[in-house]
Design a protein around this ligand. Structure first.
Ligand SMILES: Nc1ncnc2c1ncn2[C@@H]1O[C@H](COP(=O)(O)OP(=O)(O)OP(=O)(O)O)[C@@H](O)[C@H]1O
Ligand SMILES: [Mg+2]
Length: 229
């Protein structure tokens, strides 16, 4: 469902007139339903790669194919549609709206564009998903009243509300302790199976990565296999 072919990314740099090359040559094929985890040190380009996969940023060279369609050939509204309908994001910082309740936060992605499902069904799906992640008693809480792990679970539910086919999770356990991190990892594995959503997650924890899926390591701008399998 997703293919990267010789993807490279350079950024302009205040220190170097030629710019800095973060991704050198990334070729990757992800099949439907797969669970892939990218590990790598801070600054190795993990978020950059995820943003390119999620059509939030464009590569400097190479091609990104989503369902065989080259993202470079799509216009802004077609890209926005893919981002909103086909892809769910869990960002490195959860980006919940502080003034909105848990339930309202989860429903935010359903506000853009025409919905495929009636309002009542969307609401029911939000409540069901929140229940599944153990937050059924927190629907009317605001993010500031939740623990870090609970906030991250809200962010995961929000990413799934539009039934995306691809879930991108950038350090979904970033600031959490060991137990909360393992809970989020288990949740991602469970949702990858039950929602049949393809998962690409990023983490700097190799141990966590191995719990979630097939592990690849990003370093020196290249992606290498780390899993035994
Ligand atoms: N918009 C930008 N402009 C210039 N350089 C950037 C930009 N975004 C990222 N970089 C550079 O690209 C490199 C990779 O950044 P990126 O955020 O992808 O790393 P990361 O692997 O996600 O790191 P972390 O684990 O700390 O989140 C860094 O050296 C950073 O300085
Ligand atoms: Mg990052």
């Amino acid at each position: 469902m997703l293919e990267l072919i010789n993807v490279a990314k350079s950024y302009q740099s205040p220190a170097n007139a030629d710019g800095v090359c973060v991704l050198k040559d990334i070729t990757l094929k992800v099949e439907k339903g797969q669970s892939l985890v990218i590990v790598g040190p801070s600054g190795s380009g993990k978020s950059t790669l995820l943003n390119i996969i999620g059509a939030l940023d464009r590569p400097t060279a190479g091609r990104v194919l989503f369902d065989g369609k080259d993202l470079a050939e799509l216009n802004e509204s077609e890209l926005a549609r893919i981002r909103n309908r086909q892809i769910g994001f869990v960002f490195q910082l959860h980006h919940l709206l502080p003034q909105c309740t848990v339930l309202e936060n989860v429903l935010v992605p359903t506000l853009a564009g025409k919905n495929r499902l009636p309002k009542k069904e969307i609401h029911q799906r939000a409540v069901n998903l929140l229940q599944r992640v153990g937050l059924k008693d927190h629907l009317l809480y605001r993010p500031g009243q939740l623990s870090g792990g609970q906030r991250q679970r809200v962010a995961v539910v929000r990413a799934l509300i539009n039934k995306p086919r691809l879930l991108l999770a950038d350090e979904p356990t970033g600031s959490l302790d060991k137990e909360a991190s393992e809970n989020i990892a288990e949740l991602l594995v469970e949702l990858n199976r039950s929602e049949q959503v393809t998962l690409i997650a990023v983490t700097h924890s190799l141990k966590l990565a191995e719990q979630i899926g097939h592990v690849m390591e990003l370093s020196d701008g290249l992606l290498r296999d780390r899993s035994r399998g």
